[in-house]
Design a protein around this ligand. Sequence first.
Ligand SMILES: [Zn+2]
Length: 387
Amino acid sequence: MEKTILEQIKNEEEEMLKFAEKIVNIDSGYDCPEGVAEVAHHVGDFLAKLDFKIEYLETPNEPVQILATRPCPGKKKVMLMGHMDTVFPKGTVAERPFRIENGIAYGPGVMDMKSGIAIGLYTLKALIDNKWNDTDLTVFFVGDEEINHPKTNAVENFKKYGKGMDAVFNMEPGRAEGEVVTGRKGLWRPKIKVEGVAAHSGNEPEKGASAIIELAHKAIDITALTNFATGTTYNVGVFNGGRLANIIPDEALAKLDVRFKTIEEADKAKENVKEILAKTYIQRTTTTLIDEGIVDYMPPFEETPAGLKLYEFLRKQAEKLGQTPLGRLYVGGSSDAGYTTMVGAPTICSMGPKSVGAHSNNEYAYVESYVPRAQLLAMAIMHLDEM
Ligand SMILES: [Zn+2]
């Protein structure tokens, strides 16, 4: 059966690419929830034919999520996860629709991550067409990953559906050499606002309290917390304040970007920043932390023993297929893989095609990598008992 499954994936390469083309050619940025819904329905129609139970999870005026399940009691549980939205606004498809040139696929979201969706679906099709019935399968795709799920319950759902899985594969793009990602830093991105007292810098400077100087002290203190050994870093990336040179500035605003590898480090970082903000260098200034919760926070995708074990297993499957050794990377950018890891599910990120340039107009994916990636995923699902 294994052989026919792997062969079918190869034989259906063209259809897989056609499916990728179909969903790339639907604008599905944040200004286009109807595009996300259209993608979701293509996914739903595809999986319904494979006996999945399909549920569209709606949030009014927000992008839809799709949950597809094919229960198989007593068997290993596998979830494919991902997102159907892109970073590109309405009209991008008209400007630069899907195209293949010299073995390279282009188009908005071709890399991040519509090709990963196509690869996931054609893997499942090959398994099920060949009567593979030994895995409990779940597919869960959201529509607001690129904006960090501000208004839907996507985060809760990743945790809810990820819990108890034996393996989770996030179909985000594979890296430039086809590596998968086994860990990602989390981020916290609050704003810091300081209010001081304005005064004329020539006539009565003693009456002023400089918000800029207060914030400058704090920015230096915060940046000094950076610890490259633990991987927790602090960047004051934006710093604004003042209006005219002859006014003691009464307002200053900074935007902070903190990255960390573990949730413990995240909590520590928040405390440390708050401690610094509680100090006062310039009397009569007040400092406020503007922390917009979920919009400003992504948990780390922690590297766990269970996740690394899944990677080792996957590397073995790649070896069996004669693929180039499957590398793994730890990266600074975050993804939803952190949520399924938080609930204990071994998770591998970046199971999509080998690709380059996410979020840019030059993103592309190597067509030759679609079939190997789907075959690798199929092997992982078929052999999961051996892990
Ligand atoms: Zn993505």
